[in-house]
Design a protein around this ligand. Structure first.
Ligand code: HEC
Length: 145
């Protein structure tokens, strides 16, 4: 199970919050429900990691279309660009898959429940560093609400 580093990250972030820095910005915004996170990870390993890699690292050469002109599975972690999408857009992408002919991302709306897609999205955001997550939370996610 891949939850340990995440749990460790929380411990570190939480203890950092305990410091008397007097800086409200330091408040930890990452309150994940461990059960939902574990479910998201399990669904990812069942349906998604064959393409996107076990830890969401994607496939080499994803920046450009492959020989057949289709896009390769991109990383969903810090090395990718997924944090440009708000959570509604990420969920819509998972539900609908690639726009016609662009890539090989299958549509999942008839195979996974909304709850499963929600948990998957939560797990994807948990892959990001605090810096990327905070930027996403303040610039992308908040604006979309
Ligand atoms: C058959 C291979 C394949 C499988 C299985 C697959 N994907 Fe993808 N995925 C892709 C490809 C290829 C793209 C890029 C397609 C595009 O941009 O049109 C992509 C793109 C994405 C994106 C957009 C990322 C970004 O930064 O633009 C997300 C989110 C995503 N996939 C999540 C998932 C999830 C969650 C699952 C499992 C439910 C999954 N994928 C299963 C191939 C796959």
């Amino acid at each position: 199970m891949n939850i340990k580093p995440v749990a460790l990250l929380f411990t570190v972030t939480l203890s950092a919050c305990g410091q008397p820095s007097g800086d409200a910005q330091n408040e930890n915004p990452r309150h994940y429900d461990p059960l939902r996170l574990a479910q998201g990870e399990r669904t990812f390993h069942t349906h998604c990691s064959t393409c996107h890699g076990w830890n969401g690292e994607g496939q080499a050469g994803w920046q450009k279309p492959g020989p057949n002109g289709a896009l390769l599975p991109p990383p969903l972690d810090n090395n990718g660009r997924t944090a440009r999408l708000n959570s509604k857009q990420i969920m819509a992408f998972i539900r609908q898959g690639s726009p016609d002919g662009r890539g090989a991302m299958p549509a999942w709306e008839n195979k996974l429940s909304m709850r499963e897609i929600d948990d998957l999205t939560l797990w994807i955001t948990s892959l990001w560093s605090d810096r990327i997550y905070l930027e996403w939370q303040t610039k992308i996610e908040q604006d979309a609400r």
